[in-house]
Structure formats: C-alpha cells, structure tokens
Design a protein around this ligand. Structure first.
Ligand SMILES: Nc1nc2c(ncn2[C@@H]2O[C@H](COP(=O)(O)OP(=O)(O)OP(=O)(O)O)[C@@H](O)[C@H]2O)c(=O)[nH]1
Ligand SMILES: [Mg+2]
Length: 473
C-alpha cells in the first residue's frame, strides 16, 4: 500500500480524508489513524481531516454536525476529531448541491495554508516494518496443511482477560473501555448488575481481545460459595487459561472487604494467580481533581492498598471509563502484552481439565463438520479446503465452549471431589442446561438453600452423566 501511495502521489499530499460514516458507531477509525501514522510518519496527522458521510441523517435529526458531536454518547467521535486537531467536514452524498464540495475545498485550502506545504512522501522517515506488522497482524491461524496435522488450532493472537472485583467498582464499564463498545451492561444504582460471567470478543488494534466480565465479589445477595462458583465459571470462556486477571478497584474507596480480595481469589484460582494479576483503578478523574498521580495516591494512601498492588507484582493501571476508550486501551494493552511476554497464560488443574473437555468436544464437532463438508463438496481444491478447515475448526471451538458451559462442567470442576477425567467421555450431550436447572429447582422446592441445591445438583448431574455414559457406550 505504501509503494502505491508513493508512486501515485509523488508530488505530495495536500490532505488525507478519513471517511467516517455517521450512521455507524466508531469502528476501527482510531486504529486506522494510528496505522496511518505508523505507515507514513506521525506528521501526517496535520494533513488528516475527517469527512463524515451520511450527513442526511443529521437533517432527519434536525441537528448540525457540531450539535451531534457534542452528545455524551458520541465521546469516541469527539475524540477522533480532537486527534485530528478539530478538522472535520460533513458530507451528504445524496445531495446534488455544490455547496458542501466548495466548503470542503475551502477547509482543505485553509489547512494547506496552515501547514505551509504539502506532505512529501520522499521525506518520510522509514518506519520499521515491525511496527506495521504489529498493527496489521490479523490473528489468523497459520496456513498449515490440515490433512497433515492432528493439532486443533487455537487463536494464537488472542488475549484473554478476566475482570474481577467488588460490586460497582466499574468492571463492566472497564470491559466496555477495553473492547471499545458498550457491550457489557453497567449499573445505574448501587445494586449489583452483573449476575453471570459474560464473555465478549473483538479484534482491536490487530489483537483479538476476549474479555470476561464476572459478577461482583461481596455481593450481598449471594453466599460466598455461590460467588466463588459463579466466578469459577469463567474457566469456560477463558480456556485454555486467561492471560491476565484484572482486579478492578475504584480510587478513593478501598473497603475492608477489598483487603481480602487476593486471598479470596486465590481460594478460587490457586496461589499462582497473583503472577497473572494486575490492579486496575477506575475513576481516574477523581485523582486528577485532587492533582494526584496514581503513584502519589498509592504512596500516600492506605498501606493495605499498596500491599495489594505489591502482591500483584506491582502491576497496576489507572483509567477513567468516562474518557475516550482508545488511548487508554492502547496503553493498557501494552502493559498486558509485557506481562504476556514474560508469563504466557495462566493455567491450573481446573483450566487444564476444562481445556481437555473442550478439545474433546471440539474434535468430535470438527470431525462431523469435515465429513459433512467433504460429502457436499466432492473434489474440493486443496487450497480451498485449507481455508475451510481453519474456519470449521474455529467454529467448532466456539460451539465446544458453548456446549461445555451449558453442560454444567465448569461448575462441576469447581468442586475438588469431582474429577474431570470421570466425566470427560460423556461430555457432548451428557448434561444439558435444562437438566441442570430442573435439578436445582427440584432441590430448592424441597427447601434447600441455593448453595445446597447446587451441591445436590452436582451429585445428581454426575449420576445423569454416568447413566448417559453407559447408554452411549
Ligand atoms: N465517572 C466514572 N464512572 C465510572 C467509571 N467506571 C465505572 N463508572 C460508573 O460506575 C457505575 C458502576 O459501574 P459498573 O461497570 O456497572 O460496575 P461493576 O463493577 O460491573 O458492577 P457489578 O456488575 O454490579 O459488579 C456505572 O454507573 C458506571 O458508569 C469511571 O472510571 N469513571
Ligand atoms: Mg458489572
């Protein structure tokens, strides 16, 4: 792409127009902006103007582009405009009027006068190809010959993160900041919002980010055991293991309970989890109001908080979920990548069992898909089959994870007396979600508390699993 640009614009560039459709929420524009700076030179920023299309939507809303950008939920667009030094123009491609074109040309001329000269490509400093490769990396699996490998592919460039912490500290909001979309529901009041582990995946800045939001620790409505079980269920989504446990804490509010956070989490995931943990502070604006840096806050604040950070290898990050997400995401992901480079991903017996189970199901599903595909597409070319194979493998993995989580296995594995090897063979349809739920309901009708009901369900589920195993064999 760079060569093409150099050859076609050898006389230099007057302006670069970054086209952003107004009707869509911001997609990868910030990444594109960053990519352009990497590809050319950071100086190119002075020549970039945002051209918003679908200007006719504004007419329907009876708003000017300035009014539209000022809205609270358009913070990402505002940030994009700020990144381009406030240079933008709105276009309605359906309109036949020449006025909008003249206005655009006028703005470009103003920009040219301000910049004093064109952006000359020959003068660009050479960027290392590594920079560009990093941005371009697609996360695709390697193109090995599927018929010669028995290894089921895993997403190589995926970064799996689990968000943990007390209710209301901003776990879900942090999830949204990291993923760059409002995909996790955040709470409006003081009551707990997130009730179950939830996973969302998005490719951002060339990395596939799998984010797992968890219910709040110390939720008043659930017993400690129930919370541990619920949090442990994240193993389903993070298999073969998370790269980082992100322990979220709100600045200015470090409670007595939170002092025990790491202890509690170690009870769920084991001692080693601290080597993969990072403390993430939310509500950074509160610190800024007091003119404090996070370092000063830690130094001058409660010793217990400093100890908590130290127990996580002194890894911490501070952000504000009310501010634009991309710059914060970029800094955070760099920190996490350093962690990943040192450590790889976390695992323990529970995660290993879960991974074995998932792979078992995946293999079966992939086998079926492969047979079906080859039956339907007799004489398929090897190159096409290669592409198809990786797609089917990824699809099978997604489905396997879903089957695994629906089948109550994650919960089963949370209990030390339940061995994954006992039940692995019968995984595919052994325990359906309906069976799990009806068993719990029955136990609750009998007057058991939820935690006890879960225990009973586990015993009952094992029986069902065994019965099914026998009938399958
Ligand atoms: N100003 C500001 N508000 C924030 C920040 N982070 C979260 N909030 C707000 O705090 C409230 C709680 O945030 P959530 O993300 O729902 O908290 P949570 O930890 O997921 O809560 P549970 O799901 O109940 O465990 C929401 O109204 C968020 O908008 C931040 O950094 N700054
Ligand atoms: Mg939440």
């Amino acid at each position: 792409m760079k060569e093409q640009l150099v050859s076609r614009c050898s006389a230099g560039l007057s302006a670069v127009l970054l086209t952003v459709p107004l009707e869509e929420p911001v997609e990868n524009e910030e990444e594109i902006l960053d990519y352009m700076k990497c590809l050319f030179d950071p100086e190119v920023q002075k020549y970039i103007m945002i051209l918003f299309t679908h200007g006719d939507d504004l007419e329907d809303l009876d708003q000017t582009i300035e009014e539209y950008l000022k809205k609270k939920d358009h913070a990402d667009l505002q940030h994009l405009v700020t990144e381009c030094d406030g240079k933008f123009h709105s276009f309605n491609n359906r309109s036949k009027s020449d006025r909008q074109k003249q206005e655009l040309l006028h703005k470009i001329e103003e920009m040219m006068v301000k910049n004093g000269r064109r952006f000359i490509m020959k003068q660009m400093k050479r960027r290392s190809s590594m920079d560009v490769a990093a941005v371009m990396s697609s996360g695709e699996s390697p193109a090995e010959d599927p018929d010669e490998t028995d290894v089921i592919p895993d997403s190589k460039d995926q970064i799996r993160l689990v968000l943990l912490g007390k209710t209301g500290v901003g776990k879900s909001a942090t999830g949204n900041t990291i993923i760059g979309r409002n995909l996790f529901k955040t709470s409006a009041g003081s009551k707990s919002e997130t009730k179950q582990c939830q996973s969302k995946t998005r490719v951002r800045f060339g990395k596939e980010i799998a984010l797992i939001d968890t219910p709040g620790l110390y939720d008043t409505k659930l017993s400690e055991d129930e919370i541990k079980i619920k949090i442990g269920e994240c193993i389903t989504f993070t298999s073969p293991g998370p790269h980082a446990f992100i322990i979220v804490i709100k600045v200015g509010r470090f409670t007595e309970e939170e002092k025990n956070t790491v202890k509690k989490l170690k009870e769920v995931f084991g001692e080693q989890m601290v080597n993969y943990s990072m403390i993430l502070f939310t509500h950074e604006k509160q610190l800024k109001k007091k003119n404090l840096t996070i370092e000063q806050y830690l130094e001058e604040g409660e010793p217990a908080l400093k100890e908590l950070v130290e127990s996580c290898g002194n890894r911490y990050f501070c952000l504000d979920n009310e501010l634009p997400s991309f710059p914060q995401f970029k800094d955070l992901i760099r920190k996490i990548e350093t962690m990943v480079a040192e450590n790889g991903h976390f695992s323990n017996e529970m995660f290993e069992e879960a991974e074995k189970c998932i792979q078992e199901i995946q293999k079966k599903k992939l086998n079926e898909k492969e047979k079906r595909f080859k039956r339907r597409h007799k004489g398929v070319k090897q190159s096409e089959w290669k592409k198809m194979y990786w797609r089917l493998a990824e699809e099978s993995r997604r489905e396997a994870k879903k089957t695994f989580s629906d089948s109550f296995m994650a919960e089963l594995l949370m209990h030390p007396h339940v061995k994954g090897s006992d039940i692995r063979k019968a995984l595919e349809q052994v325990v359906t979600l309906e069976e799990k739920e009806s068993t719990i309901k029955e136990a609750q009708l009998e007057g058991f508390r939820h935690a006890e009901a879960v225990q009973l369900a586990i015993t009952a589920t094992r029986k069902i699993a065994k019965q099914k195993m026998c009938s399958v064999q």
